[in-house]
Design a protein around this ligand. Structure first.
Ligand code: KG4
Ligand code: ZN
Length: 349
């Protein structure tokens, strides 16, 4: 069964051709990062406009790279939420129009379900049940996955998502967008014990909270900046405030922030695995690309005899192959959707 997957939930336009929910024939991702960079975050209106420009060429490229034509496609899988509504609309409208014109059946996939099913594209030995942690720019959730369609949410962030915290901290520090990969890199050269930022363990729940650490970093940064400009007052002409701060201090903040976030993420996975007595752990979403998180999760797995399922970097961040992977199960279950499919910005799994 050949699937054309489509994801336009946020700021990446993506189309993929996947065989039997497992074998990727193409997975094209057109990133909008250069457009949003100068604003320090995603501008929803610019995102949807760019999706409109890119959706047709990206789908064409996916078909060409897979060496298939629309006649070879058995079904289309489109992400219908959660995400930015203007962005989702572009993917859904395209998928419905394409399905209408070609008579190819259509299924709708939840973006979070896509992230979870991304592991099936690379691992053949994963079976249910397992624990899945989705850590992305919009979500930080823990699930008990009992089977296809049997998803029990056991924890979620009460405020910012982990990736959102990375992006906001990078913005505070003036580092650029998206913040995750930049902080990941700088943290390697910083001291993770330089600052003791708060960890919100929220005992007795599997929920998360990352807004406190963001505020704590903002206050620390302001304090360091005012000390630094006091010292330099009268000695130097006014220049960029961030340049006044020792670059090593910025790296130390990145490393200390990252350590605090990762400690909580890893601990919650350990607790969930122990409470539900499940040894199979799936980690997915953009933050799963973080080098330190991957290392720490591997260490947890080896010390607790867990089996860790970690997608490769390009399958952690948003992509349409993961939508096709989950869509395959919808198609097998006969969950076809009609042309009145409407995307939803808020769509719990
Ligand atoms: O899954 P994703 O591509 O989009 C959403 O569904 O949100 O995740 C994007 C998020 C961004 O917040 C980005 O900063 C973060 O993933 N991210 C990372 C890394 N690479 C991407 N965070 C930490 N370390 C990374 N290496
Ligand atoms: Zn995502």
């Amino acid at each position: 069964m050949l699937c054309l997957g489509i994801d336009t939930s946020c700021d990446d336009t993506s189309a993929a051709v996947v065989l039997d929910g497992k074998r990727i024939l193409s997975n094209i991702v057109s990133s909008q990062a250069p457009i949003h960079k100068k604003y320090g975050g995603i501008v929803p209106e610019l995102a949807s406009r760019r999706h409109i420009e890119m959706i047709v060429p990206v789908v064409q490229e996916a078909l060409i790279e897979a060496k298939v034509t629309p006649k070879d496609i058995d079904f289309i899988a489109v992400c219908h939420g959660p995400g930015l509504i203007g962005s989702l609309l572009v993917g859904c409208c395209f998928a419905k129009a394409f399905s209408y014109a070609t008579k190819i059946p259509l299924v709708a996939v939840n973006h979070l379900e896509g992230h979870i099913f991304s592991v099936f594209l690379e691992y053949n030995d994963l079976d249910f049940p397992f624990i899945a942690m989705v850590v992305s720019g919009g979500h930080t959730c823990l699930y008990l996955i009992e089977g296809f369609g049997k998803y029990i949410e056991i924890g979620r962030t009460r405020d910012d998502a982990a990736g959102e915290a990375y992006d906001k901290v990078a913005k505070i520090l003036g580092l650029g967008y998206p913040g995750g990969p930049i902080i990941d890199k700088l943290a390697k050269e910083g001291k993770s014990n330089a600052f003791n930022f708060p960890r919100a363990y929220l005992p007795d729940t599997f929920d998360f909270s990352f807004s406190g650490i963001k505020t704590s970093i903002k206050l620390k940064f302001q304090e360091l900046m005012s000390k630094s400009s006091d010292q330099q007052r009268g000695q130097q002409p006014e220049n960029n405030m961030i340049n006044n701060l020792d670059q090593q201090v910025v790296k130390d903040i990145c490393a200390s922030f990252q350590k605090a976030v990762i400690e909580v993420l890893v601990k919650k996975v350990e607790w969930a695995s122990s409470k539900y007595k499940i040894k199979k752990i799936v980690l997915s979403g953009g933050v799963a690309a973080n080098s330190e998180l991957r290392t720490e999760m591997k260490e947890l797995a080896s010390s607790h005899e867990l089996k860790l399922y970690l997608p490769s970097l390009s399958l952690c961040t948003d992509n349409a192959a993961m939508i096709a992977a989950a869509g395959f199960h919808h198609f097998l279950s006969g969950n076809l959707v009609s042309f009145d499919l409407n995307p939803k910005a808020y769509l719990p799994l």
